[in-house]
Design a protein around this ligand. Structure first.
Ligand SMILES: Cc1ncc(COP(=O)(O)O)c(C=O)c1O
Length: 360
């Protein structure tokens, strides 16, 4: 079989070098004679792996000392509930930016726990653009402001960090963490499901400013309490050890690519060439207005929708996998996270050109 490129939105492609290294050291990590898979999380060998992963993530994102980094479970979806539980801190309302499928999910969970003020609602434009900051309806008394910097399904990305006037900013960075430098000090809390730019599913990274770790109100289970996880070094219970180890390999790989600033340049180039081809093709289209287009997830359609299934099928056969769009929006989607090499995007564009030539 020729080269296969995986455009899945998540669990997504991991860097090839990472998977090769994981295979090489599968039975014996760091000369311990043990597989990461079978190590006690309390063992010295695993703690060394865990600490190195955290140190590398801190270095990659330049995370200040007054932020805790937590390695949790439950996916980004668990955070939709943990955030209001932990961050309301006596208040009863929070601001949310509704910009697509995933922020809508976050809003749904928050509504179970508090009053939600939709400071931004992009549903009226079909999630194809973000209103300018002058139109945001921020409530200065909100406990926090939640937004989704990259909407994985709608392909909409914030290219600036919102200004919230001192109200803690909370970001679901599941699909663009580590794809570009961000100033962590602008955030109260950042969270990300691992299965796109960090590693395999089963792990969720939370980066939280220490002063926000006051503990959840009485009456809720311990596993929902950030303060407890922070105190226990993310080992209050058994953490997802294999996923943590693999995340560490990805962080190490990213450092060797030159870090986040260097991978951002590659990401800009990959996205630019794909959008440029789509816009100029006269055959494919992307609905998102240019300033808000995602560098990570590129949805596209063909005017004649009856060709969608054929496109996906022929792409699969050509080694271009998982290009089917999310069932919520249909069409196609190319997810081009850090691990997608530029040649993968070139191969996709070449295939799209050829498909258009035959069917246009
Ligand atoms: C932006 C965003 N938030 C949340 C989720 C849900 O993540 P999980 O399945 O890890 O709960 C996803 C999943 O793709 C996502 O892309």
């Amino acid at each position: 079989m020729g080269h296969v490129y995986n455009f899945s939105a998540g669990p997504a492609a991991l860097p090839r070098e990472v998977m090769q290294r994981a295979r090489e050291e599968f039975l014996d990590v760091n000369g311990t004679g043990l597989a990461a898979l079978e190590m006690s999380h309390r063992s010295k060998s695993f703690i060394a792996i865990a600490e190195q992963a955290e140190a590398d993530l801190r270095e990659l994102m330049n995370i200040p000392a007054n932020y805790k980094v937590l390695f949790l479970q439950g996916g980004a979806t668990m955070q939709f509930g943990m955030i209001p539980l932990n961050l309301l801190q006596g208040k009863n309302k929070a601001d949310y930016f509704l910009t697509g499928h995933w922020s809508a999910r976050a809003v749904d969970d928050a509504r179970r726990l508090c009053e939600v003020n939709l400071a931004v609602d992009a549903s009226d434009n079909g999630f194809t653009r973000l209103p300018p900051s002058g139109e945001w309806r921020l409530d200065g008394d909100a406990a926090y402001v939640h937004y989704t910097p990259n909407e994985t399904i709608h392909g909409l990305e914030f290219h600036e960090i919102p200004e919230t006037g001192g109200v803690p900013l909370v970001a679901d960075m599941s699909s663009n963490i580590l794809s570009r430098p961000v100033d962590v000090t602008r955030f109260g809390l950042i969270y990300a499901g691992a299965q796109k730019n960090i590693g395999p599913s089963g792990l969720t990274v939370v980066i939280v400013r220490e002063d926000l770790l006051k503990g959840i109100p009485a009456g809720y289970p311990s596993m929902l309490d950030y303060a407890l996880h922070a105190q226990a070094g993310s080992m209050y219970n058994t953490p997802p050890t294999l996923a943590w180890y693999l995340a560490g390999l990805v962080f190490d790989w990213l450092k060797r690519q030159g870090g986040v600033a260097a991978i951002e340049q590659v990401n800009i180039r990959k996205a630019a060439k794909l959008y440029e081809y789509i816009d100029g093709s006269g055959f494919y289209s992307n609905p998102v207005e240019k300033p808000y287009r995602s560098r990570m997830n590129v949805p596209f359609r063909i005017a004649d929708e009856s060709l969608h299934a054929k496109f996906v099928q022929e792409a699969e056969a050509a080694g271009l996998r998982n290009l089917e769009g999310h069932r919520a929006v249909g069409g196609m989607r190319a997810s081009i996270y850090n691990a997608m090499p530029e040649e993968g995007v070139d191969a996709l564009i070449e295939f799209m050109r050829e498909f258009a030539r035959r069917h246009g």
